[in-house]
Design a protein around this ligand. Structure first.
Ligand code: APR
Ligand code: PHB
Length: 393
């Protein structure tokens, strides 16, 4: 006999999306159960991006999980683009009146876990065979197993926050779900190193040999990336080869301040743009990476997930207060924003990388676009307003 459980919202996935949703709903007195196929230690160990929009910071503050973020995060008023060593600063503050916060997603996840554990959240970790069922009924269910035991959760709604490889999106019938995808012909090789960042602000560089990004986690810890081949093997990249490649791509001006050292994390991630429509099917809602992926060039993955959760938490809270307006518009409202952020992430990726298939014509166009941005306040402002984050709706 399976063990039976009941809750208002069953949340599949304990990444930032699922954790923030459970936190915001708990504050409104709404009961949730959170499932994940991994455990807390594993989830906290994932290394992801580190730039938070002001709207994301405000949402985390409203959720009561921003104390460490405010103490340790680094406010950034601008960042730089470079093309063949020529640098152009995007002055976020002057162009938009806003800034961004550099604070690792790993830390955001830890803060959310701390808050949910302190609050006594019900979690099931290391679960298998997670299956959302009866999505069109008003009593949807989630079946799963844990340590060989069967469980069933009956709920009002299911939140599919289980990332790109989760089961929630796959539970939407094939004839309903539309997906849109672009796979880029390269990946990002990223390292962490305990050396001060090469520059106080982030620097995105396009060089004839490929893209490089200088980012950071703190004043003493740097996060650096280079464009590599899609199928490249990490074994091909000694620290020495990484540093030589990285320095070349930054250009002599920026590289003059580069402090190298042994990397303590090194991994390759593919680049992809992906959107699934709709983001609701019956009583299942998709949010975060379960519904969409952006290439990391605009640092939008986590920010987009948080925007979804702001919309979804509001919709669910209003539902329990007797108003279904936002629950009915969730998918369309979220997708309107998702597509704009997809556009920006695609555009910045297209501008800043070397595409193997590009002809000399396209390379000149790329160069002309950079020159235009560098010489035009209007063009710089377009980039700035996207980078600091578009309005929620
Ligand atoms: N059953 C239960 N849990 C699952 C399943 C499953 N079948 N499949 C995946 N999960 C869990 C994963 O183990 C992971 O902890 O769902 C969680 C999804 O978390 P994320 O992938 O971090 O997705 P999300 O919470 O939407 O976060 C979006 O994180 O992935 C980055 O770039 C992304 O920054 C963005 C943010
Ligand atoms: C990071 O710090 O990991 C990072 C920053 C900006 C990006 C992507 C990743 O666009």
């Amino acid at each position: 006999m399976p063990q039976l459980h009941k809750t208002q919202i069953c949340i599949i996935g304990a990444g930032p999306s699922g954790l923030l949703l459970s936190q915001l709903l708990a504050q409104a007195g709404i009961d949730t159960i959170v499932l994940d196929r991994k455990d807390r230690t594993y989830i906290e160990g994932r290394i992801r991006a580190g730039v938070l929009e002001q709207g994301t910071v405000e949402a985390l503050k409203q959720a009561g999980v921003a104390d460490r973020l405010h103490a340790q995060g680094l406010p950034h008023d601008g960042f730089e683009l470079a093309f063949d060593g020529v640098r152009h600063r995007i002055d976020l503050k002057a162009l938009t009146g806003r800034s961004v916060m550099v604070y690792g997603q790993t830390e955001v996840t830890k803060d959310l876990f701390d808050a949910r554990f302190a609050d006594g959240q019900t979690f099931f970790f290391n679960v298998d065979h997670v299956t959302p069922n009866d999505l069109k009924s008003d009593r949807p269910k989630v079946h799963f197993t844990q340590g060989g035991e069967q469980h069933v959760i009956t709920c009002d709604y299911i939140a599919g926050c289980d990332g790109f490889h989760g089961v929630s999106r796959a539970a939407i019938p094939q004839n309903v779900l539309k997906t849109f995808e672009r796979v880029y012909p390269f990946g990002w090789l990223g390292i962490l190193v305990d050396k001060p960042p090469v520059s106080h602000e982030l620097l995105y560089a396009n060089h004839a040999e490929g893209f490089a990004l200088a980012s950071m986690r703190s004043e003493t810890r740097s996060r650096y990336y280079i464009q590599c081949d899609r199928g490249d093997d990490i074994a091909n990249w000694s620290d020495r080869r990484f540093w030589e490649t990285f320095a070349t791509r930054l250009g002599p001006d920026a590289a003059a301040n580069l402090q190298t050292g042994p990397s303590f994390e090194k991994s390759i991630a593919p680049l992809r743009s992906f959107v699934a429509e709709p983001m609701r099917y019956g009583n299942l809602f998709l949010a975060g990476d379960a519904a969409h992926i952006v290439p990391p060039t605009g640092a939008k993955g986590l920010n987009l997930a948080v925007a979804d959760i702001r919309l979804l938490s509001r919709a669910l809270i209003e539902h329990y207060a007797g108003n279904d307006h936002h629950i009915d518009s969730y998918s369309q409202t979220a997708l309107n924003r998702v597509w704009k952020v997809e556009r920006f992430s695609w555009q910045l990726s297209t501008l800043m990388h070397q595409f193997p298939e590009n002809s000399p014509f396209e390379k000149r166009i790329q160069r002309a676009e950079f020159d235009y941005i560098a010489g035009s306040e209007a063009a710089s402002k377009t980039i700035a307003e996207n980078y600091v984050g578009l309005p929620l709706e």
